[in-house]
Design a protein around this ligand. Structure first.
Ligand SMILES: NC(=O)c1ccc[n+]([C@@H]2O[C@H](COP(=O)([O-])OP(=O)(O)OC[C@H]3O[C@@H](n4cnc5c(N)ncnc54)[C@H](O)[C@@H]3O)[C@@H](O)[C@H]2O)c1
Length: 316
């Protein structure tokens, strides 16, 4: 049986991945410090005989190496991270510590035991180029790099490519659009869908942070977590040694999301518009043609279905 280490496997995306890899017959080792992740996220698989959970901080190289030597995985899927662009602007050294050094520790521990392949969660939104008109950001476009989060995610991509030949592994960089779905939590200023849902359910007004010339908010490409998991399974089966965007190519403004959620939850709460937030890219929408060509991946879940699934998950 093949073993995969899923870093951040108790988090939003990571827990869905853990479930999927178990389903596919992998032995899964979750490495997570539970700073954001929870045991509850793994409740459905907690008793699975092939699930092993290691409470380790990825910045601790020694502890990581011990975990890798204990399980001798053939694959790694790296999702542990400080995930907030806004927090990275306020605390750049923390972002560098987790997303920079932490990832490098994972990479070195993986090379130490001869891991054969690595999937790396990067960000298509934060690494988007400046888009004009109907353009979509492609993998080879120059990224904007306007936040420490973007810089460190990009650096991780470079490390992964740089060590590949020497480390003897294949890899895939997954540049996600904004991911949404069940188990995503409203965390600080991160995750507009759960933030709005929480406000609506609590009967609170929401806030739209935007630039003065963008009254409907910044735009993003949003992809449902189930589609992201499917892309990860495909990349694990066929590592590409390149970067792929995982998005829908559909540009959605933040106010569009608020309106869809208000309708779905029958809410008439107000939304207040305030000034922009440092580090925020104005528009981002991804071209995922490469994922289609190289993996045969296309998104399958549209907004209506995705938000309904999210609502259903909240009702248990
Ligand atoms: N959610 C999105 O829209 C999105 C978009 C682009 C990229 N990503 C990337 O996908 C990955 C997963 O994001 P998510 O939304 O599931 O976030 P999340 O916070 O739910 O998951 C991250 C997990 O990493 C763990 N973690 C954090 N610091 C750690 C450390 N030092 N050591 C060990 N574990 C640690 C957390 O406890 C958590 O379980 C991240 O790398 C993020 O940057 C997410």
């Amino acid at each position: 049986m093949n073993t995969i280490v899923v870093t951040g496997g108790a988090g939003f995306i990571g827990s869905h991945l853990t479930e999927a890899y178990l389903q596919e017959g992998w032995r899964v080792v979750v490495v997570d410090d539970f700073s954001c992740g929870t045991e509850e996220n793994l409740a459905a698989v907690w008793d699975a005989p092939q699930l092993f959970v290691e409470r380790v901080d990825i910045r601790d190289g020694e502890a990581l190496r011990a975990v890798f030597r204990k399980y001798r995985p053939t694959a790694v899927n790296h999702h542990a991270a400080q995930k907030s662009v806004a927090d990275s602007v306020v605390r750049p050294l923390l972002d560098q510590d987790i997303n920079g050094k932490g990832f490098l520790q994972v990479l070195l521990a993986a090379i130490d035991v001869g891991v054969k392949q690595i999937v790396y969660a990067s960000s298509g939104g934060a690494l988007s180029k400046v888009i004009e008109g109907d353009e979509r950001s492609r993998e080879d476009d120059p990224p904007q790099l306007i936040s420490p989060y973007a810089v460190h995610k990009f650096a991780g991509e470079q490390y992964l490519a740089m060590y590949a030949a020497q480390g003897g592994y294949r890899y895939t960089v997954m540049r996600y659009a904004n991911v949404y779905g069940p188990r995503q939590v409203a965390d600080g200023e991160c995750g507009v869908v759960p933030i709005f849902v929480d406000n609506i359910l609590a009967g609170r007004p929401s806030t739209l942070m935007t630039y003065p010339d963008m009254p409907r908010g910044c735009s993003r490409d949003y992809v449902y977590v189930g589609d992201v998991v499917r892309a990860n399974l495909m990349a694990t089966a066929h590592p590409l040694n390149t970067v792929i965007n995982i998005g829908t190519g559909e540009e959605t403004y933040i106010l569009d999301i608020y309106e869809m959620l208000a309708e779905l939850f029958h809410s008439d709460q107000a939304i207040h518009i305030v000034g922009p937030r440092a580090g925020d890219i104005r528009r981002s929408v991804l071209c995922a043609d490469r994922a289609k060509q190289l993996l045969g991946w296309t998104p399958e879940v549209d907004w209506t279905t995705g938000l309904q699934r999210l609502k259903d998950s909240l009702n248990g």
